[in-house]
Design a protein around this ligand. Structure first.
Ligand code: GAL
Length: 931
């Protein structure tokens, strides 16, 4: 946990590469060396999880998620900042409401979490344009370079954001401990740009270490030396990739973070903690791919094999790519990511594994400074060992796993282990995909741990007594050896534990099962309560910091925070069922969620009580739908003449004028086009090319007659450019056009979001959206075009909420929603139909209920649904084109009285409206009044 005390450190010079000066009252000094970061001289293992505030449009829930991240044992968060989310137009920026990043940093500060600030300007992150504002597509200069117009643009962004980050640095008493420039900037690089990003940061007062997240092996730039180098270059690693269809196929990825500089710590900048669902397997499959077994094997291997002491697990909580946030090639609305905390903010078995590893990492201080050490030799070579030791304390950390991480064999053997306290034969077992980090020679509070083949969860000191939780897999043998000058008194309070004392060693032998309890006292050391659990029972513990030191809580579905007030532990905790609660704290009384809990003192010296579960949730049915049609190309105002003959896009159109929506300032969502020409009567076929991004489509009408639809082009790669993207040919119906009369072609083109610029070649992200070419075969008549798209901003909901549907422009998606609504027709014509209803939520007070919208029935292929809740675009139901059926509706977007509005885009006649849909409970926890 981050030190919250006030220490003033003033350093004479900025010059030391290894120190960030504390510049103001309340600030702390941040330094680093080859082992770790240090704050005020105290080493820190930075164990952080990634969180995207822009994927949770509810600042109140930022605190909820950050509390959950903290409760999992993380001491930090990595935060991308999304340029495009804040900037609807050049020079226009908004940091209010759901974009209030100052508030975000304040919350992180209040929770005592360190922050790695990652302001890009490019962030990738499977978000539209990789975080670039879409207006950047209109600049001539190459993005991610020192081209003048790009430079002016990013300096404007950083010029606004950097001061906010700067005032929240650890050196000024805040949470920001490191500053990440650019993102996986490895190919097509420009060192002057990389240097300028750092110069801009320094000029804005950023004085914490500057870091970078390198993506790739080989000769590509990693910014560890030379011009543009950063102080702490880190490495991103996704060792099991993104194919969630085969969660057990782990592939060959080594997953060991490379050391890039000798004078700084090894930094696992982004380490895989979930996956994008590249092949539509659904995020639960991604959670399996990256589940507890993967976490044990890869994370523990990485800690010991690389010696990394800085970690950013991507993602701790993924969230929702609401509005037009998704980058279309890799993701759909949900960015659940298969993360430890689900999109609806529920905790999963992955969360438990994070807790087991995070508590260990942030408890056992000698881990912050280790060097490779000789590893104990296993009697059976089917077990693989690696070791590190702390040069000051001698504490050893030994990794035990199979040589091939994918092996599922069950191997039990012995290690010949020379510990700091003597040579021992230590039994170990690796059953299936498992890895352990065993510790020897550790001063555990007032105790001396000689070795254990159980793993350490955590330990605290309560009222002069050490309380330690150790664990192993259910049914596995365990032994723990502690050193005493004389034989101590051992009382087994619970479970089957054999104790023996010989030659200074107290040896405890047991089988991991449930939760055994052993009290050891006397022999010149403080008493020790040893709690010996399984993976599952260990994960029921929570370690919470209080003004009187850390305490332990067992039970509850989440323990958010604790304070010792007089003789009382004031606990903020959630329950998802009626359950017992046990606290190990220097108190005699307990309150949870603002209510006193009746407790009794146990033989373990703890307090034990019970807590009620949540009340049931009743959600209303969605009934009384109203309907409103959006006639193709309707509405008089807002049309812009489309007559440009040049474009900044490197991809030039097939026909002129240029009809790319971005060139006319329409950057998000759907865009209407209207083309007028004089008919000759000889027209045969309308040939259209449109580029939409993956899963996009367009619809075509001629003189009000629906001609059909086609899938839009994707063309996510720069080369080769498809000369005929998103082609659709539509026959002109006999007799529809009359020679000499004006004909009107109307097209609705979806824009599924902008490509990223991962390769920094400026081509992919500048790939156009909208019409690429239109030819009326059989006619040479010129077409005069108009285009109408999104408004640049949607007030509090920001620039990425709405596209250019008439209903969006006129506010049909907003509460109120205007007049003109009527009973839905039995059959709606192809095109855009709006539906709306209202509902009232009556959720139990003092509960955290997560509500979702579920589309049921056979996923359609002939329509898609834009979902607006109280005006917020909470995503796009794509029917059979994506696996997503549930849409998470966060509190804050949801209120007591709600308006649900659908814009349904149908490529065929729509019978029976948008289909069966209902509200569902995705989580229900009693939180108490003080959440
Ligand atoms: C990394 C990138 C992240 C994200 C991740 C995959 O390469 O830095 O922003 O895109 O891949 O989810």
């Amino acid at each position: 946990m981050r030190a919250l005390g006030v220490v003033v450190v003033l350093l004479a010079s900025l010059l030391s590469p290894a120190a960030s000066p504390a510049t103001a009252s309340g600030g702390h000094e941040v330094t680093y060396d080859r082992h770790s970061l240090s704050v005020d001289g105290e080493r820190v293992v930075l164990w952080s999880g990634e969180f995207h505030y822009f994927r949770l449009p509810s600042p109140r829930l930022w605190r909820d998620v950050l509390e959950k991240i903290r409760a999992a044992g993380f001491n930090g968060v990595s935060l991308y900042f999304h340029w495009g989310y804040h900037s609807p137009a050049p020079g226009s920026y908004d940091f209010t409401g759901v974009r209030d990043v100052d508030r975000l940093l304040r919350i992180a500060d209040e929770l005592g979490l360190y922050v790695v600030a990652r302001p890009g300007p490019y962030i990738n992150a499977e978000t539209s344009g990789g975080g670039f504002p879409a207006w950047l597509k209109d600049l001539d200069g190459r993005a991610r370079s020192s081209d003048p117009d790009y430079t002016a643009a990013y300096r404007d962004w950083l010029g606004r954001l950097n001061p906010i980050i700067a005032r929240h640095q650890v050196t000024r008493g805040g949470p920001v401990i490191a500053y990440n420039v650019e993102n996986e900037y490895a190919v097509n690089v420009d060192t002057a740009y990389m240097q300028d990003l750092q110069d801009q940061a320094r000029a804005a007062g950023i004085d914490v270490p500057i870091v970078h997240n390198n993506c790739c092996d080989g000769d590509l730039a990693n910014w560890s030396s030379g011009p543009g180098a950063v102080q702490i270059p880190g490495v991103d690693d996704y060792p099991v990739g993104f194919d969630c269809r085969a969660p057990d196929a782990w592939g060959q990825g080594a997953g060991v973070t490379r050391r890039l500089r000798d004078d700084g710590p090894v930094y696992a900048a982004e380490y895989q903690a979930g996956a994008i669902d590249l092949h539509d397997a659904g995020y639960d499959a991604c959670r399996d791919l990256t589940g507890p077994d993967f976490m044990k094997v890869f994370y523990k291997s990485n800690v010991i094999e690389s010696g990394a002491t800085m970690f950013g697990y991507y993602m701790a909580y993924g969230g929702t790519s609401w509005g037009w946030l998704p980058q279309p090639n890799d993701v759909y609305t949900s960015y659940d990511y298969g993360a430890a905390i689900t999109e609806s903010r529920q905790l999963t078995p992955k969360y438990d594994e994070f807790k087991r590893q995070g508590y260990f990492t942030t408890t056992v201080a000698p881990l912050a400074k280790t060097d490779p050490a000789p590893a104990p030799v296993p009697a059976d070579p089917a077990v693989f060992t690696r070791a590190r030791s702390n040069p000051d304390t001698g504490t050893q950390f030994v990794l035990v796993r199979h040589p091939d991480r994918r092996t599922t064999a069950d191997v039990a053997t012995e290690l010949d282990w020379s510990t700091p306290d003597g040579r021992y034969r230590v039994p170990v077992r690796v059953n299936g995909r498992d890895a352990k980090v065993l510790v020897a020679g550790y001063d555990l509070g007032g105790q001396r741990l000689v070795w254990s083949n159980s793993e350490i969860l955590t330990h605290v000191e309560v009222s002069g007594r050490d309380v330690a939780v150790l664990y192993g897999r259910d049914g596995e043998q365990g032994s723990t050896v502690l050193r005493y000058a004389s034989e101590p008194t051992v009382r087994v309070l619970d479970g089957a534990v054999r104790a023996s004392y010989s030659g200074g060693d107290l040896r405890l032998d047991y089988t991991h099962s449930g939760l055994a309890r052993v009290l050891v006292s006397g022999a010149g050391r403080p008493p020790l309560l040893l709690l010996l659990g399984t993976d599952e029972t260990a994960a029921r513990f929570w370690r919470l910091d209080t003004g009187r030191g850390p305490v332990l809580v067992r039970g509850t579905s989440l323990a958010r925070s604790a304070a010792v007030v007089g003789d009382r532990l004031v606990l903020r905790a959630d329950t998802d069922r009626a359950d017992e609660v046990e606290v190990f704290a220097p108190v005699g009384r307990l309150s949870v969620g603002g209510r006193t809990v009746h407790v009794r003192r146990t033989a373990s010296g703890s307090l034990l009580g019970s807590l009620p579960g949540p009340e049931p949730v009743r959600l209303p049915e969605l009934t009384d739908w109203r309907h409103r049609a959006e006639p193709p190309g309707a509405g008089g105002s807002g049309w812009v003449t489309a007559d440009r003959t040049t474009t900044a896009s490197p991809i030039k159109p097939k026909t002129l004028p240029v009809l790319y929506s971005d060139d006319y300032g329409f950057h998000q969502g759907n865009t209407w086009y209207r083309g007028r020409f004089t008919a000759t009567g000889t027209e045969r076929v309308v040939s259209v090319n449109a580029i939409t991004g993956r899963r996009g489509q367009y619809l075509v009408w001629l003189n009000g007659r629906y001609l059909g639809s086609a899938a839009g082009g994707t063309e996510s790669d720069a080369e080769p450019v498809n000369p005929d993207p998103g082609r659709g040919d539509f026959a002109v119906p006999e007799g529809l056009l009359t020679a000499g009369r004006q004909a009107t072609l109307t097209v609705l083109v979806g824009n599924m979001g902008h490509n990223d610029d991962w390769t920094a070649d400026d081509v992919r992200h500048k790939q156009p959206r909208g019409l690429f070419g239109v030819v009326v075969q059989g006619s040479g008549a010129p077409i005069s075009w108009e285009v109408r798209g999104s408004r640049p901003n949607d007030g509090e909901r920001g620039p990425m909420n709405t596209g250019g549907l008439l209903g969006e422009r006129e506010g049909w998606h907003l509460p109120g929603g205007g007049r003109g609504w009527s009973a839905p027709p039995a059959v709606a014509e192809p095109g855009v139909s709006w539906y709306r209803t209202e509902f009232r939520l009556d959720l139990p007070r003092g509960h955290d209920v997560s509500v979702g919208l579920r589309f049921e029935g056979e996923p359609p292929r002939d329509h898609r649904v834009l979902i607006f809740v109280n005006g917020w675009n909470m995503g796009q139901y794509l029917g059979g084109l994506s696996p997503q059926r549930d849409f998470v509706l966060p509190e804050g977007v949801l209120a007591e009285h709600n308006t649900l509005t659908f814009a349904v885009i149908a490529t065929e006649q729509l019978r029976g409206g948008p289909g069966p849909v209902r509200l569902v409970t995705l989580g229900n926890h009693r939180t108490g009044a003080d959440r």
